[in-house]
Write a protein that binds this ligand. Structure first.
Ligand SMILES: Cc1ncc(COP(=O)(O)O)c(C=O)c1O
Length: 458
């Protein structure tokens, strides 16, 4: 009764993010009631393993009392403090210092915001200001990568390269340019890592020549593309692109909103790549999703250029909730949990997850298995040789999501028939094994699905 009435209220009043409004009205909401560790419980009391950590964010897992305590203590003592007017509070200052100490190279300056989208939009504004400060305001073009996702705020949504975020929104803007993704499995130059790196370098060079290298402000990458289908670049791809940007004085932005905070193993995925970006964005795992927070890291030269350019003037960028003390208190506690064993567990469980998923390669529906650490994907095809995706008409996203749900597993189910995994770093070995076993069951049931069989026969 309760859930029925909630479902009706939801239908009438709550607008869900990135959803088909009509599709959601028809399907209705699935209510989640509580969670502990890597397991969420729905309103009917069914337990499900959260193989996607909410929205690749609850890296620490659910139910950490110490995080709840940290938030409550901060709320009791000082629930809000602005950073405007030279004011501040202890928690965000300590958090900025802790993060700067751990960030690659001289990414020593941290601007806190509310999530990933406004982190990306903040970089766009800081970068424009940087080039104005350097006396080169004509450097106002931005390049990002096909299949990339950089949030859905008005600036970043155009750097995002997924059609749903553009169509009907008048995006991308004419200052936003793209080069192709490295997407190894479907790369037109084949799967040889060096050939892919060479092709991407050639494409970026061509793009710089086409739009004018002295016009380009910045280049954006995700160390592993998340929302585009968990696309892992060939080893060396990120470094090669970073070096080319440095050669042409193009600022290099690493968007670590998904890959940060142990998702791929280290604190930041840039560490795997041996690079220091000029700016870096994070969110999600920063607070493990317990409260909203994002951040922009700037290297010294970026911060100094902006500071010098502004002189005594205010740099007009900021939000009421920049450097929120409750979010910062949560982030500090989450960081302590990560370093107190969760990163270590995540690295062990990530290796187990990748090994388990690799065993699904033999399944007739599996075209590709890829990932790093606790970030992975299984791409389904109806024909391995031709890499034919599941037909869009069969709505693979909902079909696979529903089937996984019935097996007691939450996964990300991408529109093109890709299962995405980003489990909490606290997962036990049994939970990782259950994620793999339940995924196999989902694949087996999909193979028996009469509508899929029809396509396979055809
Ligand atoms: C790489 C990347 N950048 C930015 C964002 C936007 O973050 P948010 O949803 O917190 O606004 C996301 C969200 O998934 C992301 O994956």
């Amino acid at each position: 009764m309760l859930s029925n009435s909630l479902a009706e209220l939801d239908r009438r009043h709550l607008v869900h993010p990135v959803s088909s409004f009509r599709g959601h009205e028809a399907r209705g909401v699935r209510l989640l009631q509580s969670a502990r560790g890597a397991v969420v419980t729905d309103a009917e009391g069914r337990d499900l393993i959260d193989g996607f950590a909410g929205l690749w964010c609850v890296n620490a897992g659910y139910g950490h009392e110490s995080v709840v305590e940290a938030a409550a203590a901060q709320m009791r003592q000082l629930p809000y403090a602005t950073g405007y007017f030279d004011l501040g509070a202890e928690a965000p200052i300590r958090l900025a210092a802790e993060l700067a100490e751990r960030a690659p190279g001289d990414l020593d300056h941290v601007y806190f915001c509310l999530g990933g989208s406004d982190a990306v939009d903040s970089t766009i504004r800081f970068i424009r200001y940087y080039w104005h400060s350097r006396g080169k305001p004509q450097r106002d073009l931005f390049i990002s990568v096909g299949q990339g996702y950089h949030g859905s705020a008005s600036g970043g949504a155009g750097l995002t390269a997924l059609p749903a975020f553009h169509e009907g929104f008048g995006l991308p803007y004419d200052w936003q340019h793209k080069i192709s993704s490295h997407y190894i499995y479907r790369n037109p130059v084949g799967q040889d890592p060096q050939a892919i790196i060479d092709a991407s370098l050639a494409e970026l060079r061509a793009k710089l020549a086409e739009i004018g290298e002295d016009r380009v402000a910045a280049f954006y990458v995700e160390p592993i593309q998340g929302s585009g289908g968990v696309l892992v670049p060939p080893p060396g791809w990120i470094k090669a692109m970073r070096d080319l940007c440095a050669e042409h004085e193009v600022l290099f932005v690493a968007d670590e909103v998904i890959t940060g905070f142990g998702r791929t193993g280290p604190l930041f995925a840039c560490e795997d790549e041996g690079i220091v970006p000029d700016l870096m964005t994070v969110a999600k795992g920063l607070t493990s999703g317990y409260v909203p927070m994002g951040a922009v890291f700037m290297r010294n030269h970026v911060y100094e250029t902006i500071a010098e350019g502004a002189g005594a003037k205010a740099v007009g960028h900021g939000f009421t909730y920049s450097a929120h003390p409750v979010s910062a208190a949560v982030a500090l506690e989450v960081l302590a949990l990560y370093e107190g064993g969760l990163f270590e567990n995540g690295r062990r469980m990530g290796a187990r997850l990748m090994a388990g998923l690799a065993e699904l390669r033999d399944h007739p529906l599996v075209g590709d298995v890829r990932g790093r650490g606790m970030l992975a994907a299984v791409e389904l095809v109806t024909d391995k040789r031709n890499k034919t995706p599941l037909p869009a008409a069969l709505d693979p996203a909902n079909r696979l999501f529903d089937r996984a749900w019935e097996q007691g597993l939450i996964v990300r189910s991408f529109a093109q028939g890709i299962l995405g995994y980003a489990p909490p770093l606290c997962c036990t070995a049994d939970e990782i094994d259950a994620i793999v076993e339940r995924s196999r069951k989902v694949l087996d049931l999909t193979l028996e699905d009469p509508e899929i069989r029809k396509v396979l026969r055809g």
